[in-house]
Write a new protein. Sequence first.
Length: 158
Amino acid sequence: MATTTDPTFRSYSAEEAKTYAAHRLSYSQNLYSTILNHHSSTGGQFSLLLDVGAGPGNATRDVALSFDQAIGCDPGEQMIETAKEIGGKTKLGAEVTYVVSPAEEISKIEGLEQGSVDLLIAAMAVSTWCVMFLKGVIDGDRLIGLICPSSGLRRRRW
């Protein structure tokens, strides 16, 4: 993989995005089941999934299989182009929609109405942004650990 210093993947070339997609592993089915079971048990509906920071769409494709519609958005144009090439289907067999958009502008996504999202996921984007913002805050330049309190599902060491 070509070396790049862009931690947001916005400047990835088409080749870098495809290489990233090929080597980026999916999460375990156990994790997806835990999230979806919790969503269902708390009254969550399965009409519309929104993946913010979708990259090449790995998590989007996996979770979309449980939803009627799915949208993956990412600020990286080549990441979204790669996601579109790979494709993805929802539980109804509809194509997953991929859109170039940073998280800060999801309200501008065509067809995405206020209050219409049943589940929003951020997958690896959360770790990427947390590392960017916290790097250098704990133990100089070395982030010791990160716990995502909203999910309670992950601890990672750098």
